[in-house]
Design a protein around this ligand. Sequence first.
Ligand code: GLY
Length: 341
Amino acid sequence: MSAVILVHGGAGLMRTLEGARLQAYRDGLAESARAGRAALEQGAGAVEAVLAAVRCMEASGVFNAGAGSCLDEEGHATLDAALMRGRDRAAGAVGACAATLHPTDVARDLMEEGRHVLLVGEGADRRARRLGLPPLPPPTVERYEAWARLSGRHITRPEDLTTTGQAEDQAEDQAEDQAEDQAEDQAEDQVAGRDPEGDTVGAVALDAQGRLAAAVSTGGLWLKARGRVGDSALPGAGCYACDDLGAAASATGVGERMIRAVTCKLACDIAQREGAAAAARRAVDDLERRFGVDSGGLIVVDRLGRIGATFNTHGMGRALARPGQAEVVVAVWPEDPFPTG
Ligand code: GLY
């Protein structure tokens, strides 16, 4: 048994991930794995390790989670997250939370309280405020520009949406009509998981006591419907951890597919019999058989500290660190060397 932290920074087409952006993405993955490793080295358990790793990516602004979250069809960021503790399968989760950049901390509070597993919308926001968590910063200009580009709308700030409508002149209506076909194509891209950037962050860990945990956090899909909640708010789909099964898993990709396939629970069931690498591979095979390529990917750790990281998209950011070992392995593309097993 060897303690380990394994993180992902999202799977997808990653159209815009090159140059300085790619470097920032890789640096963010390494920093996250180091944060998880530091927690394990300080004697924290697997839950604290996955939280440290995910918090780091939520705060960075580089990933589709926390400060870097994508925007929905109305130009707002709403976040989903979940956390699961393998020892007793305790779980906490939030959906469509807009009040904090750390929705996983709300999930942690719910998990520890033990009364409910999932809070959504205003209830999740209230809980975040009550906990005094840092607020979600407004999206950057770059995010608004991406939203305008993807939606085909000639508005670069969501506030503008509420002041348009009937007062808008005919020329703008016409421009919007012309952009509609393009927007539909782009929305189809999102549904198919061919997002222009990565999707979702997550972490799995095994601690020195042999305990497992999993976490996941996301802004969801670009241009998602207002109120849409994805797999990252659903333990079993977006993440799962169970010491009895001896595995923890965290997913990224088209959430509707992970929900229907209950991907992370499936991966943990497979890991119990066949280990982490086979679990990740076979869970992605299952997604591909049901829904085709570009579904996403997942990371898995098992009770022996073996790992699996598999995806059927263009890329998936991933990073691995082990307490007491200086090396942090970071990979993004399929051909990048990355340990498995
Ligand atoms: N996997 C993130 C989402 O679909 O919301």
